[in-house]
Design a binder for this molecule. Structure first.
Ligand SMILES: [Zn+2]
Length: 349
């Protein structure tokens, strides 16, 4: 049944309003038609040639920049600055992300977190002895990071930083899916990497099945990557993976990249079979995300238990901690600095 529905959708390719950012192809199929948060119409399409899933039409870069600078955090999280529970969760993510990135970077390296949010990851890296910096378009969040943790998180995008190819680690956690042109963005970041530098990307996976049918697609996300389309975007931007590739159905795709020794410029249409497979898998994942599956006891009960545990912890935060800095102190205090030596050797002029 699902396969039949997918096949019908795949057969209904039509002209799209924006060309595919990965391959330039101009037609595709509808994957989803509603914003999971607001319920408003939202056209999510899959490219008929390379299978890349994204909104159509693509928003203009200027409109996106204005939204992220002004309204995104308040529209999306309902607050102008992170609450203690946001800080608690962000600290947990930061510890997990550092454990992933640490093998790829030398102690004391110069690091940049793009889309740094409230600065929890930058604060963790700084605490671990890295020369840690960040950029964040939302001034409320960037200001919060500076004032609360004393870290260097500048308001803006990578354009806010002086030119130079000297970042040994650049991180993009749940950022790439928000940008107008992912290949252009990755190319620019690759050019800013120091020789041998690492770019760590984490995006939601369009093929994962553990979310509510309504919850995957919403207006803040312009692009919806699968393992195949993330690999293609990175290759087009001249990047090659240096970490093991995540499983096809994992909720998030987190991969470390370096500048490729032989940048790939192969057009996506050179191998149409890969594109068809990517689109087929995205459509099949979408048709498998049913309410029946999501609400089945085997899936719903562990999820409810985990939510209950999280709620119980987060309900006590206001009582236990005076402020966000105290939350980080508590969470990061349990993780001793792993980098030895903690500081880079002083530069001799
Ligand atoms: Zn395409």
């Amino acid at each position: 049944m699902n396969a039949i529905r997918s096949a019908r959708r795949a057969a209904g390719a039509r002209p799209l309003r924006s060309a595919c950012p990965l391959c330039g192809h101009g037609s595709g199929v509808t994957v989803h038609d509603r914003d999971g948060k607001s319920g408003r119409p939202l056209e999510v399409v899959g490219c008929g040639a390379c299978g890349f899933v994204r909104t159509d039409p693509l928003p203009a870069p200027g409109a996106l920049a204005a939204w992220y600078a002004g309204h995104y955090r308040t529209d999306y999280k309902g607050v102008a600055r992170p609450r203690l529970r946001h800080v608690w969760r962000a600290a947990g993510h930061a510890l997990d992300r550092l454990a992933f990135a640490a093998p790829f970077v030398r102690p004391g390296a110069r690091t940049l977190d793009v889309g740094a949010g409230g600065g929890e990851f930058v604060a963790l890296l700084a605490r671990q002895g890295f020369d840690a910096h960040g950029v964040e378009p939302d001034d409320g969040y960037a200001g919060f990071a500076r004032q609360t943790y004393g870290v260097d998180v500048r308001t803006g995008t990578i354009d806010a930083l002086p030119e130079g190819a000297d970042w040994e680690l650049v991180t993009l956690f749940h950022v790439l899916e928000h940008l107008a042109d992912p290949v252009v963005a990755l190319e620019r970041l690759r050019r800013r990497l120091a020789p041998g530098g690492t770019l760590v990307i984490e995006v939601p996976n369009v093929e994962h099945l553990r979310c509510a049918p309504s919850n995957l697609f919403f207006a803040a996300h312009v692009h919806y990557f699968s393992g195949r389309t993330l690999a293609r975007a990175a290759a087009l931007a001249g990047l090659e993976p240096v970490s093991p590739w995540p499983p096809a159905r994992s909720p998030n795709l987190r991969v470390a990249f370096r500048a490729a020794t032989l940048p790939s410029r192969r057009p996506a249409s050179a191998n149409p079979g890969i594109g068809e497979a990517a689109l087929r898998r995205a459509l099949s994942a979408q048709s498998m995300r049913t309410w029946g599956r999501y609400l089945s006891p085997a899936r719903a009960l562990p999820r409810l238990a985990a939510r209950w545990r999280r709620w119980r912890t987060e309900a006590t935060l206001e009582r236990r901690f005076a402020d966000a800095a105290a939350v980080l102190e508590h969470r990061y205090g349990a993780s001793p600095p792993r980098a030895t030596p903690a500081r880079p050797a002083p530069r001799t002029a």
